[in-house]
Write a protein that binds this ligand. Sequence first.
Ligand code: PAF
Length: 280
Amino acid sequence: MILIKHITHLKNLLSSYKTKGLTIGFVPTMGALHQGHISLINASKASNPVTVCSIFVNPAQFNNPEDFDKYPITIEKDIAMLEGTGCDVLFLPSITEMYPPDDPVLVYDLGYLENLLEGKYRPGHFQGVCRIVDKLLNAVMPDTLYIGQKDYQQCLVIKKMIALKNYRLQVEISETMRESDGLAMSSRNLRLDAAARKKAVLIIESLRKIKGTIKEGDLTSITSRAIEHLNQQGFKVDYIQIANAADLQPITVWDGKQKAVLLVAAFIEEVRLIDNLLLN
Ligand code: PAF
């Protein structure tokens, strides 16, 4: 695996592949890699002769400075995992490489997507995500971008930014990878102590229970019962919401046919976890 720290070097290397007609798959990450990330690398490798992964803990997308300070960093292990998977290029830039002094702050018109669910609870988060993904896409210019369904709203936001900026690339969304008890894999799981880790499974259990019992009609009581249950178990729930799977508009009365997704964000101790489940 080739490790690159500078955008100009990355562009030079990748243009040599592109002139040979080799397609490039790109997996952006913030490190602390787990099998979810590795599944994205594998998806890219299955369809592209060249796979690029980036590791950059992006300060611009952390609305909570403590969350940024405590974001897990396991770079040696990450490099070993990427090498083991056969990733071709790792882009590992510094903060000043991505955000040089006087770097203009672009504003992306994300519409209502920016103000609901994660956008509501993490003001500025999606602008920060767009800012870095835009820069990374500009540096890599991949044929296909690989991202994970666990960050459901982020997938829609990134697609919107790609459309706004007219990037010509495919977006492949991979299913959420789960631990054996069902907990969605996440870098933030590393911050859970043993008791919190054990309890964290209640998040997916609540989603599966809703999915198993949901019927057409008014949905407000089914989600509020689940919120109450998790809060009683020591979580602090930001939201449990059923929404249109295509555009995330909230669904309060469901016809049973409209494609819907169930989304959750909840704190366990001071760690905020998110998850989602497609309902149909
Ligand atoms: O999902 C993530 O890890 C990050 O939000 C991303 C897409 C790498 C941008 O920093």
